[in-house]
Design a protein around this ligand. Sequence first.
Ligand code: SF4
Ligand code: SF4
Length: 353
Amino acid sequence: MTMRPFDLKNENYPGHREGAGLETDRIPEDAVLKKHGEFISFLKRSKTSVDEKETFRNYLSDLPDEEVIGLYEALRDEKIEWEEGFFYPNIQYLFGTAFEREKDYREQQLWRENSQQQREVTRWYEEAKEKSCVWWIENHIISRHSISSCMSCGACTALCPAAEFYDFSPRMIMTIVQEKDEAEIIELLKSDTIWYCHQCGSCKPKCPRGNSPFGMISSLRQLSQIKGYHVESVRGRQQFAARHLWGGNLWNRACTLYFRNPEPIAHRDFGPRFALYFKHKEEMFRRIGACPDMDGSLSGRKVHPDTLDEVRKLWQAGGVLYLWERIEEAARRQAEELGISLDSYHEKVKSEG
Ligand code: SF4
Ligand code: SF4
C-alpha cells in the first residue's frame, strides 16, 4: 500500500466534521427519528452531566422496550454515501452513552426471555447460585479442569506479571481453593484479589502439576458475580463499567474495543505519540485503508446486523447474558442503597481505585 501525504487541515473524510461538512445536528427524515428529534439533538450535543443523564433516563423510561431498541437501530443505521461506500455518522454519538446502556439492558432481557437455549443456561446457573462455593469449585467445568493438586511451589506467582504490580499471588488463590474452606473462599470472592489477574495465561503452561490458576480465577470471577459478592470490592464493582464498555462493544459493534474508546486521559502511560495518534485517529484509519464507522472489513467498521445477530447468539449460548444480568442487577441494587442514580453509580465505579 502506498502512503500519500495527508493534509490534516483540509482533507475530507468521515468523522472529520469541519472538513466533511457533515450536518451532524440535523434531525433525520426517518419517521422514528423525526418523532424523537429533540432527544436526538440532545444526544448529539451531550457530553452529559449527571443531571442531563437523568433527563435521558426519564425520557427513555416512558418508552416501551421495542421503541427504545427501534430508535437506537434507526440512529445506528442512518447512513450517508461516502466515496464508494457508506458512512454511519451516528455510531460515534451512541457508543458509551446512558442511552446505549439502557437499550442494551432491555434488549438483552428480551433475548433471554425469548430463547429456550438461554433458559437452559440460566437454569444451571440459578441452581449453582443456591449451592455452596465449594460445590461450584467441584462442579463448574472450568474450575474442575483447573486444579488437580497444588503443591504450593509458587512457580505460577514467580512468573505472574500481575504479582509484580499488586499484592497478588495465584499460588495463594490455589491454596485457598484447594483447602475448600467455604468462609475463606467467600472472603476471596468479595476481595479485589481475583480481579488483579490479567488473564494472560502465562501461569498455566508452567505449572508442574498441570493446574491452571488462570482458569480457576476466571471461574471464581463468574462465581463472585453470580453470588453478587463482586460489588463488595472496588475492582469487582468496576465490572458494571466493564460490562457496558467491552460488553457494549461486543453487543453493538462485535469487537472488544471500539477505536474511539482508548482516550489518552485514561492511558497516560501510552505517551504523547498516542495522544497525537488519537487526535488524528480518523485520518490514520483512512490512511491504512480501514474504515471508521463505514461498511467494510477492517477495524472500526460498521458491522452488518446479520453478523451481529450471529455473534450475539454465541455469547448467549455461553451464558454471558446471564452474567451481565447479575452484574446489572447488583449495580442497580447498590446504586439504590447508596441513594444515587445508575449513571452516577457508573461514573463512581469508573473513577474508583
Ligand atoms: S498452581 Fe501449580 S505452579 Fe502454582 S503453586 Fe500450585 S503447583 Fe505450583
Ligand atoms: S493468568 Fe493471571 S494469574 Fe496467571 S500469570 Fe497471568 S496474570 Fe498471573
